[in-house]
Design a protein around this ligand. Structure first.
Ligand SMILES: Nc1ncnc2c1ncn2[C@@H]1O[C@H](COP(=O)(O)OP(=O)(O)OP(=O)(O)O)[C@@H](O)[C@H]1O
Length: 615
């Protein structure tokens, strides 16, 4: 019954929390540890030397810093020291307690657009309304050796004053569960594989420790002088789509405002020359899509030899069949320091075991963290599945949209995101919606980058409150006011479904997801029914019948032998994945909180994601 969906949508929020940013240009790179010094008569481009450290130029080595040197100067030296120390305002060793990279030079653009450097009102921000109670009883599991304990407040974490101020500016009153665990773990220098539900604050969970670590280090890198045009970032954050990279960049710039840490983004489809110029001005944190990064590496315009932090957002996607070769090339075949020297942070809402196994190649002595069950959706999203024949999908969608209007939901307060399988399908549905009087736009890999960005802006602003999208918009995008996600075409993989519906119900807010199901989706019946049950949703009887029938065919990779229950599981605990040979592959403790007692884990194999619509 398509007339009441908006009843289940909580009153819509009022702002996006992401400030628009204008970019200041800079004339030269200044490493963070020198950025807060009062202006001197030194020319801005004067060569900078590390305190007692020589940098080399070996493109295949580690920049002349021995492993031990890097190890001792990076965050890992803090394993039992400052990184683990707690207290408001931080302990000793901060190099950027006041001011940013622009000190004495050009002014750093204010991403909060408040122009006062004191604590601003942030009227546009809306994070105060977040319902954290929704996360209070969430089950959390950590495993690995000597897992650092979680914190309850940001004040307990030694992040540094400038970053703490930005956290306040963002109106983040307390850390979300994934942040409570992931930030202290990362601050001690440990590698981390973290799995937490969509919209639960993973971006900040990996950005805060990276920014804080770079602020704290006096070793952040000036480029070796023999390579004046090459950029030497200290941190690399990879994500699968251009729009997600742009979003992470915007977020990271807010968090890094006036910390002295410079964040640059590089992604395909945009003019490379602009990105090259930006890189030449200096970079501490490079946010990138893999394709564009490979291009920059091949042009010898970026070196990874100074990387101390590697973060993969949507890590399971980054390591699946589509991206894995590129990621291996970047991480293993260029000049990036190996695991154990760099710190590696992997984040996603879904982490199939096969991918966990692959990911272990990139990690060293890591902590596994699962907040909620791996791959589960949040209970904040009301999920509906309706049986709709292919030929009836358009009229059914129109019924849903008419119902929305009939319920008086303002367009700006209730954006609708419609997922389809193919790029052609997206174009044609967008066209059909428009000629039928529904303001719609679309985003997919055949549109130019300009068109994609325009479409996203138009959707976010409510100008076109319906966005038809392929999976290019399925992961990571944090768009306020998405009240309804419609799976016009269901994906083939349940994890893709989890990410798609996760575009609503974010940061403690509720949302609605409607899926059109028919015989073509039989293989998804069982995992979908399991997932819905897991998230306390009503499973239609007809879907359960489909699920029972389809169990004889392709098996659910969730249910396995555990009676349909699935959970956040570190694959190292599964004997079949244990590599044996006396290696203490798992070798760690296991902590379960909040009654996290579901047995099992993934039972089935990991099928490669269908990527027809992916960019
Ligand atoms: N501690 C916090 N307090 C309030 N809001 C927060 C906090 N941390 C993050 N947020 C907000 O929550 C929203 C979701 O965060 P984010 O995009 O990082 O989620 P995510 O877990 O990465 O989601 P996805 O799995 O879809 O990528 C953002 O709007 C962010 O600003």
């Amino acid at each position: 019954m398509p007339t009441s969906w908006s009843d289940s949508i909580e009153k819509a929020p009022t702002g996006d929390g992401i400030g628009a940013t204008s970019r200041a240009s800079r004339s030269s790179y200044v490493p963070p540890h020198l950025r807060n010094r009062p202006p001197t008569s030194d020319p801005p481009s004067a060569p900078v030397s590390y305190a007692g450290t020589t940098l080399g130029n070996d493109p295949h080595g580690h920049g002349g810093l021995s492993v031990g040197e890097i190890h001792s100067v990076g965050p890992r030296k803090d394993r039992s020291g400052a990184g683990g120390s707690r207290g408001v305002g931080g302990g000793s060793g901060w190099n950027n307690r006041s001011g940013g990279w622009d000190r004495g030079r050009e002014r750093e653009a204010n991403p909060f657009q408040d122009d006062a450097d004191t604590e601003p009102p942030f009227g546009e921000q809306e994070n105060t309304g977040i319902n954290f109670d929704a996360y209070d009883d969430i089950p959390v599991e950590t495993s690995g050796k000597n897992v650092p304990p979680p914190v309850n407040t940001f004040a307990e974490i030694d992040l540094g004053e400038a970053l703490n101020l930005n956290i306040k500016r963002c109106k983040y009153v307390k850390p979300t569960p994934v942040q409570r665990y992931a930030i202290p773990i990362s601050l001690t220098g440990r590698d981390l594989m973290a799995c937490a539900q969509t919209g639960s604050g993973k971006t900040a969970a990996f950005c805060f420790p990276i920014i804080s670590g770079i602020m704290k280090s006096s070793q952040s890198g000036p480029r070796p002088q023999r390579m004046p045009r090459m950029a030497f970032p200290s941190a690399l954050i990879l994500s699968p789509t251009r729009e997600l990279s742009m979003q992470i960049h915007e977020e990271a710039k807010k968090f890094a405002y006036q910390t002295g840490v410079k964040v640059v983004v590089a992604y395909g489809g945009a003019p490379i020359n602009l990105q090259l110029r930006e890189l030449e001005r200096g970079v501490d944190i490079l946010v990138a899509t893999p394709g564009r990064l490979v291009d920059l590496l091949e042009r010898a315009r970026v070196s990874l030899q100074m990387i101390r932090y590697l973060a993969l957002d949507e890590a399971d996607r980054m390591l699946d069949m589509g991206f894995e070769p590129q990621i291996r090339r970047i991480v293993q075949q260029m000049d990036m320091p190996p695991p154990g020297v760099r710190q590696t942070l992997l984040f996603s809402a879904t982490f199939p075991k096969e991918i966990q196994r692959l990911a272990a190649d990139f990690l060293s002595n890591y902590v596994f963290l699962a907040v909620g069950r791996v791959g589960s959706s949040t209970d904040l999203i009301v999920q509906r599945v309706e049986y709709v024949l292919e030929t009836d999908k358009r009229s059914h969608l129109m019924d849903l949209l008419h119902a929305q209007i009939a319920n008086g939901v303002q367009a700006k307060q209730a954006l609708t995101l419609v997922f389809v399988e193919t790029k052609k399908g997206a174009d044609s549905l967008e066209h059909w919606l428009c000629i039928n009087g529904f303001p719609a736009t679309s985003i997919h890999g055949d549109r130019t980058q300009q068109e994609r960005e325009y479409a996203l802006r138009s959707f976010k602003s409510g100008k076109t409150p319906i966005l038809v999208a392929t999976d290019v918009a399925a992961r990571g995008l944090d768009i306020p006011h998405v009240a309804h996600v419609v799976n016009f075409d269901l994906p083939n993989d349940i994890d893709d479904y989890v990410h798609r519906i996760g575009r609503t119900g974010r940061a403690g807010k509720s949302g609605l997801a409607t899926a059109f199901f028919n015989e073509n989706n039989s293989s998804l019946a069982r995992p979908l029914a399991d997932l819905m049950q897991e998230s306390n949703q009503e499973v239609p009887a007809w879907l359960s019948r489909f699920a029972a029938r389809s169990s004889f065919g392709r098996s659910s990779r969730r249910g396995g032998g555990s009676g349909g229950r699935f959970g956040g599981r570190d694959f190292r605990k599964d004997n079949s994945f244990n590599r044996g040979g006396g290696m203490d592959f798992y070798g760690g403790g296991n902590n379960v909180n909040s009654g996290y007692n579901a047995p099992g884990g993934y039972g089935g194999g990991y099928g490669p994601t269908v990527t027809s619509a992916w960019d």
